[in-house]
Ligand binder design. Structure first.
Ligand SMILES: Nc1nc2c(ncn2[C@H]2C[C@H](O)[C@@H](COP(=O)(O)O)O2)c(=O)[nH]1
Ligand SMILES: [Mn+2]
Length: 192
């Protein structure tokens, strides 16, 4: 197998690892059958399709950024705020991982993935800020679903508390309010 093909298959394997990296936040809360990092990124990519065209936010770039934003976790793992790893240290680890993963593919793909990842990490564009909103919204949506699935109302309140007030997109803010209304309704029904 030529070196290039060998590197491509190493890339494919590393990306495949994201299907097996469970999201640590759910593991720590003992939810049933916690999702993987790729599950999380997939729904974010699908939510990107819903971006309001009137915002001028580039939908395709959001889809790509969603699919790239946590790919370093195939090597670094899924670090949570409770892991006490500083933002700087987390960035250093993830940047090193991104350099390695993208070194396995051609220059064009490599530069695009690195550029998308850095744009997200630096929150330097409207697309990056929208995708960060999707990252937080997808997490609380998943938290509400786990509460329902596991019959543990409000068990994951901390995920809602830690994202409170951090959403910037009016569109996503509306989704957050609707999600909280549905969650409250479900909680009321659970009591009856
Ligand atoms: N227990 C908590 N875990 C949290 C919280 N906020 C995020 N997280 C978890 C969720 C993921 O497993 C990980 C980071 O996710 P990224 O998408 O940013 O890589 O941290 C929280 O408030 N409590
Ligand atoms: Mn994420």
């Amino acid at each position: 197998m030529s070196t290039n093909l060998g590197k491509l298959f190493e890339f494919m394997s590393l990306i495949g690892q994201l299907k097996r990296v469970k999201r640590t936040g759910w593991v720590l809360k003992n939810v049933t059958d916690p999702e993987s990092v790729s599950d999380h990124m997939y729904r974010m990519a699908m939510l990107s399709f819903l971006v309001d065209p009137k915002t001028g936010i580039n939908k395709d770039r959001c889809i790509k950024m969603s699919l790239v934003h946590d790919m370093a976790e195939s090597i670094v793992g899924d670090l949570t705020p409770s892991d006490n790893v500083s933002k700087d240290e987390k960035f250093i680890r993830e940047e090193k991982a991104m350099q390695h993963i993208t070194s396995l593919v051609g220059d064009e793909a490599s530069q695009e993935m690195i550029s998308l990842w850095k744009e997200y990490e630096t929150q330097s564009t409207a697309e990056a800020r929208f995708v960060k909103d999707l990252d937080r919204f997808e997490m609380i949506l998943q938290a509400a679903e786990y509460e329902q699935l596991d019959g543990r109302p409000k068990a994951l309140q901390e995920f809602f508390d830690s994202t409170n007030g951090k959403f910037q997109s009016p569109q996503v803010k509306e989704w957050v309010e609707e999600l909280k209304r549905i969650r409250q309704e479900n909680h009321k029904n659970d009591k009856t």
